[in-house]
Design a binder for this molecule. Structure first.
Ligand code: G3P
Ligand code: CA
Length: 253
């Protein structure tokens, strides 16, 4: 059962910053989740929203800002203000990382779970992702299968990646499992990523029957973690890697 650090250890540090990523590594996450958007000048950066307003002191759409603009922004102080009980001085200096910076730091010592947030511009975004992954030898001849998982709500992005890089593990995200056609998904993806709130044990069984992995998101309540682990889910996205490990491994807190 894989533990996927949702936006890094985002229960304890500002999401999608090196501080959140480093904490996820220290807590023993199996995968680091990165939501990707593309800047005006074609760089892939880790940010959830398509604007910088919620998680920085800046304003505007990511695809209307250059990387240089974005690198000036403070991506951590909002967290200290919002969660004073979790605030730390070094969060103030956090910036938005690029995909290349994160892979440059951790290399193949880490597993990456990458979401193409909005596929536009398509296929430029997917091609840039493949370029960066190949440059760092995370896919291709030297890549280890499973080191990089790509997830998306956008089926076209996944089908394109299946064709361009068959060695990638692909996960079709969905908000409502009841609307997910497992037979069709099994034709182009290796698994499904359903919202845990609507995930029933039968869905997990049906997905497994079709050879599909099931990675549920975003599970922060420990009772839900235990329930889904008992249902043999294959992975959990969580803001609290430490809590998930406690229930999976019996690891001491
Ligand atoms: O990628 C899995 C989960 O993170 C999808 O929801 O909005 O947190 O990216 P969101
Ligand atoms: Ca995500």
């Amino acid at each position: 059962m894989k533990i996927i650090a949702h936006r890094g250890a985002s229960g304890y540090a500002p999401e999608h910053t090196m501080a959140a990523y480093q904490l996820a590594v220290e807590q023993g996450a199996d995968y680091l989740e990165m939501d990707l958007h593309m800047t005006k000048d074609g760089q892939l950066i880790a940010i959830h929203d398509d604007t910088v307003d919620r998680t920085t002191n800046g304003h505007g759409k990511v695809n209307e800002l250059t990387l240089s603009d974005i690198k000036q922004l403070d991506a951590g102080s909002w967290f200290n203000r919002r969660y004073p009980e979790k605030a730390k001085p070094h969060y103030r200096r956090q910036t938005i990382p690029t995909l290349a910076e994160v892979i440059g730091k951790y290399g193949d010592s880490l597993n990456y779970y990458i979401e193409i947030k909005t596929p536009l511009p398509f296929p430029e975004m997917a091609d840039e992702l493949l370029k960066v992954l190949r440059l760092h030898q995370l896919i291709g001849r030297d890549g280890a299968r499973g080191q990089v998982i790509v997830e998306s709500f956008h089926t076209d992005s996944l089908k394109y990646l299946r064709q361009k890089a068959p060695e990638l593990v692909l996960i079709q995200l969905g908000d409502d499992p009841e609307t997910m056609n497992l037979a069709k998904i099994a034709q182009y993806a290796d698994g499904v990523g359903p919202n845990y709130l609507n995930t029933k044990q039968e869905f997990i069984k049906n997905a497994h029957t079709r050879g599909l992995l099931v990675h549920c998101w975003t599970v922060n309540n420990e009772t839900d973690m235990i329930k889904l682990m008992n249902w043999n889910v294959d992975g959990l996205f969580t803001n609290y890697v430490d809590k998930a490990r406690k229930h999976r491994d019996g690891a001491s807190e």
